[in-house]
Design a protein around this ligand. Structure first.
Ligand code: SF4
Length: 239
């Protein structure tokens, strides 16, 4: 319990029917991320200069757990999202405290820290993992605008396939970014996975304003990609 004093959440969404498949859940957002994806729709949880402006309104981990105590019997689970939650040292204890209250846990992650993800999975702390597979390994550093260990991305994918009770890999499709080579690279990474999600990019508030000008994929483009991926994954979802 002592580590929950270190946990501070940048936001809480009290209810969602969409983000944890099959469960009624709330979402706990962790501040900060080690990536800088131009298409990120949550720059307020990522950019340091924006984070410092909101720090006064962050929520203590123990306050969130008290909120959960009042939601017993009303919610099934908690989505741990961000930012990138695995950057926070107190995460395993925080998740354990959530589980001790009877809630299931889904983790949203960019997969950059398998050394954190692996123990969480092996210790049975996660019921569901959603990992972004952003592009082919070759194009990762450019797209996430950060130093990224591509071996770590591969390792996280393997860990999730092996240990996660339920999981999805997902890609936000931006036609200007994801050409044939990138799609082929992604397919190699997610081949054989249980569930893969193609998400349509929606130009809106983005971390890099340039991305706000990139067009969304049209439905026929997504359906063409779905046909390409469907034979190689257990379940293919288009969102
Ligand atoms: S990994 Fe996720 S939270 Fe981090 S910058 Fe990229 S889209 Fe945003």
């Amino acid at each position: 319990m002592q580590n929950n004093k270190q946990i501070r959440l940048s936001g809480v969404q009290p209810f969602t029917q969409l983000d944890f498949p099959g469960r009624l859940a709330c979402i706990a957002f962790f501040p900060g991320c080690n990536f800088r994806c131009g298409f990120c729709h949550n720059p307020e949880f990522v950019l340091t200069e924006r984070l410092v402006k909101t720090a006064d309104s962050w929520i203590e981990g123990e306050v969130f757990l008290s909120f959960l105590d009042q939601r017993r019997g009303l919610l099934d689970g908690v989505v741990i999202s961000g930012g990138e939650p695995t950057l926070h040292a107190g995460l395993p204890d925080f998740i354990q405290d959530i589980r001790d209250r009877g809630f299931q846990v889904k983790l949203d992650t960019n997969g950059s820290l398998p050394e954190v993800l692996g123990p969480l999975l092996r210790d049975g702390l996660l019921d569901y993992v959603a990992m972004d597979v952003k592009t082919s390994l070759e194009r990762y550093p450019e797209l996430v605008s950060a130093c990224v260990r591509t071996e770590a991305i591969k390792e996280s994918i393997a860990l999730i396939k092996t240990y996660a009770p339920e999981y999805e890999f997902r890609t936000t499709i931006i036609p200007k970014i994801h050409g044939k080579k990138e799609i082929a690279g992604i397919l190699e990474l997610v081949r054989g996975s249980r569930r893969y999600v193609l998400q349509a990019y929606r130009p809106a508030i983005t971390l890099d304003p340039l991305f706000g000008e990139y067009a969304a994929p049209d439905p026929s483009h997504l359906e063409m990609l779905a046909k390409q991926f469907r034979p190689h994954v257990g379940e293919l979802i288009v969102r």
